[in-house]
Design a protein around this ligand. Structure first.
Ligand SMILES: Cc1ncc(COP(=O)(O)O)c(C=O)c1O
Length: 381
């Protein structure tokens, strides 16, 4: 029997050597590796500025903190996403206002955004769901009309392009995640990119306590002032050393994901009881994070049993995401959302199965996943 984990970091000798080099040296934080990783990431995405951070969540939090949003303010948030997208708003004391998903792609339904804009709205956040880019022209048009800041949650979008420009560079800031199952990993870690020097410089300080002079630029060691409020949201040198090596392999990782995705997609067309989300079209380039299979009503009731069958056969499936965020207990209780308020996001959350396509897998694995899912659908009662 095959063992097909949903995600498996590909860590080679280069990453191990790079981490050991850091451990053998004297600088674990505030060193050259984080700076190098930022430079490399900026070059790869063609971002004018890149700021390394402790996680994608930290990056998102910093973006709203920079904006100075707080109690009484609102941010438009997609409902089909990881809770981090909304928590970052909530952590600032502002209110996330959720928008349902688009049936075709699972992305925020852009046609519903403007109805949710109020006098309190300060920003729109979008998630490039499973790597498929959001229609950023439409989002930016709404943002421009209402003078709103745009935050792109790019946790699943390294290698995602909209109209030839990398995700994260269409709005005001974009935040990436390097959690182990992502396109590249630093164990924990993230990167914030922006076209705006002012934002980059402010967030650079806010991620490090608001200290006015970085460690390496102090005339007298230990002497600094603090001019603004800030966090400890830095990326350390071990993580950055890994990130530098991982980024060197990104093109190969992305190509493998795309090949796996397309092969599995072509096989899945044979199955009648499922539908797939749109993963590409003119001007939209996905990063192919995973294959989301949406079960029709007839077999959706068997989803847990189907997933159990897949697990027993060694296929590591998952769900992206387990509930629309406004229906997670914290948000539903706090904001009194009705269970049927997000029908499209609910369909995705309650009926889909996410199948792996990562670079740790090959065509035979895709074939195995397809056959196992097909058997599961027919055999599971
Ligand atoms: C869309 C989205 N945003 C944010 C995050 C959080 O990323 P991190 O773990 O780097 O904070 C995730 C994690 O999976 C995610 O899927």
């Amino acid at each position: 029997m095959r063992q097909i984990p949903f995600g498996k970091p590909i860590i080679g000798q280069e990453e191990k050597n790079a981490v050991l080099d850091v451990l053998n040296g004297t600088t674990l934080v505030h060193g050259p590796k984080a700076k190098q990783f930022e430079k490399d990431f900026a070059a790869y995405t063609k971002a004018p500025y890149a700021v390394s951070v402790a996680s994608c969540t930290a990056g998102l939090h910093l973006a709203y903190f920079y904006l100075d949003i707080g109690p009484g303010d609102e941010v438009i948030v997609p409902s089909e996403t990881h809770v981090a997208t909304a928590h970052a708003v909530e952590l600032c004391g502002a209110k996330p206002v959720f928008v349902d998903a688009c049936e075709k792609t699972g992305n925020i339904d852009v046609s519903l955004i403007e109805k949710k804009v109020s006098k309190k709205t300060k920003a729109i956040s979008v998630v490039h769901y499973l790597g498929m880019p959001v229609d950023m022209d439409s989002v930016n048009a709404i943002a421009k009309a209402h003078k709103l800041f745009v935050v792109e949650d790019c946790a699943l979008a390294l290698g995602t392009y909209y109209k030839g420009i990398h995700a994260g560079l269409h709005g005001d800031v974009g935040c990436f995640s390097f959690y182990p199952v992502k396109h590249i990993t630093t164990a924990e870690g993230g990167m914030l990119i922006t076209k705006d020097q002012k934002i980059a410089h402010a967030i650079e300080k806010q991620k490090a306590f608001g200290v006015d002079t970085p460690v390496n630029e102090r005339k007298v060691a230990g002497v600094y002032d603090v001019t603004i409020l800030g966090f400890n949201y830095r990326m350390n040198e071990l993580e950055a050393a890994m990130g530098i090596e991982q980024l060197k392999r990104i093109d190969g990782f992305l190509a493998k994901r795309e090949t796996n995705y397309k092969f599995l997609g072509s096989r899945l067309k044979e199955l009648k009881d499922i539908k797939l989300l749109q993963s590409s079209c003119d001007g939209y380039k996905s990063s192919y994070y995973c294959m989301s299979v949406i079960l029709n009503e007839r077999i959706a009731v068997k989803r847990e049993a189907i997933m159990g069958y897949l697990k027993d056969k060694g296929v590591g499936a998952s769900i992206y995401y387990p509930r629309p965020v406004p229906l997670l207990t914290y948000y539903r209780k706090k904001y009194k959302y009705e269970r049927d308020s997000f029908p499209v996001a609910s369909e995705i959350s309650y009926r889909s199965i996410a199948l792996p396509v990562g670079p740790h897998l090959n065509e035979e694995d895709m074939e195995y996943i397809f056959h196992t899912l097909r058997s599961a659908i027919t055999e599971v009662k």
